[in-house]
Design a protein around this ligand. Structure first.
Ligand code: 9D3
Length: 246
């Protein structure tokens, strides 16, 4: 998978991509990340990359010409058919579903905005999709681009150790993860649930599944609404209510 990132802060991406499972995949060549800085395309003495908004108001926009030149250079180097994504608060919220579609693409060009954003005509001319990280305010698109590279990268074949650790991820199943425990057996008076030490793998599987169902119902009504319960899962939930005396 090929990633091109258009950013005024390439060092932010270099730093984040220097460590972890995705970094290893970049070093081994499974993933490729190329950085394109609009500042390198600025032609004036101060290498200006911002400009004032028509209509006034506080804040600046990214200057059009250097930004478009950087996007065009990324397009030229990208594999044919690579879409351009603008990271923006107005975009589709990123999700495992969005990323599952993206791994079918030959690559992605991620355009990071700074200041108040980019000129609407550049979106019309150059952008195929807009993606958001969620409903909160960031200072720019770099952190969102890193989130996309990490999430898409780890879905790419060969990036994770064993083949299906990505499809076993909790969000793939539509349920949250169960709780996890490691040593010591008793920590600050808090014991590990007995079932996890029973050695009964079927009982452990059932307990974990039950925990995932209870946590999803409690914490994520949005996921719960869409979730289709199997017969076994209905049984595990009613068993939990009985245990609670409800
Ligand atoms: C005047 C209102 N603006 C600032 C409070 C709106 C605004 C402009 C630019 C808000 C954020 C940004 C920069 N954000 C991003 O580039 C961004 C982002 C985000 O802020 N939240 C969630 N996902 C993303 S993806 C890119």
């Amino acid at each position: 998978m090929w990633f091109g990132v258009v950013t005024l802060f390439p060092d932010m991406l270099r730093a984040a991509l220097a460590e972890g499972v995705v970094a290893r995949a970049v070093r081994s060549g499974i993933l490729q990340v190329e950085l394109f800085n609009p500042r390198d395309k600025a032609t004036d003495r101060h290498r200006t990359v911002d400009d004032r908004p028509y209509g006034g108001g506080p804040g600046m926009l990214m200057k059009v010409e250097p930004l478009e030149k950087a996007i065009v250079e990324a397009r030229e180097q990208a594999p044919d058919g690579t879409p351009v994504i603008y990271l923006s608060p107005q975009g589709t919220t990123m999700s495992q579903k969005v990323f599952r579609e993206a791994i079918e693409w030959p690559g992605v060009i991620l355009v990071c905005g700074r200041y108040e954003g980019i000129d609407e005509r550049l979106i019309q001319r150059q952008v195929d999709f807009e993606w958001s990280l969620g409903d909160f305010v960031l200072s720019g698109g770099e952190i969102a681009a890193l989130a996309a590279i990490d999430a898409i990268g780890r879905l790419s074949p060969g990036v994770l150790g064993h083949d299906d650790s990505a499809t076993e991820d909790s969000h793939e199943a539509g349920l949250l993860d169960h709780p996890h425990y490691t040593r010591p057996d008793v920590y600050e008076d808090m014991p590990v649930p007995e079932v996890l030490k029973s050695g009964d793998h079927e009982l452990i599987r059932k307990w974990r599944l039950q925990q995932r169902l209870l946590r999803t119902r409690e914490r994520r009504p949005d996921l719960w609404e869409r979730y289709e319960l199997t017969g076994e899962e209905k049984k595990l939930l009613s068993a939990a209510s009985v245990a609670e005396g409800k």
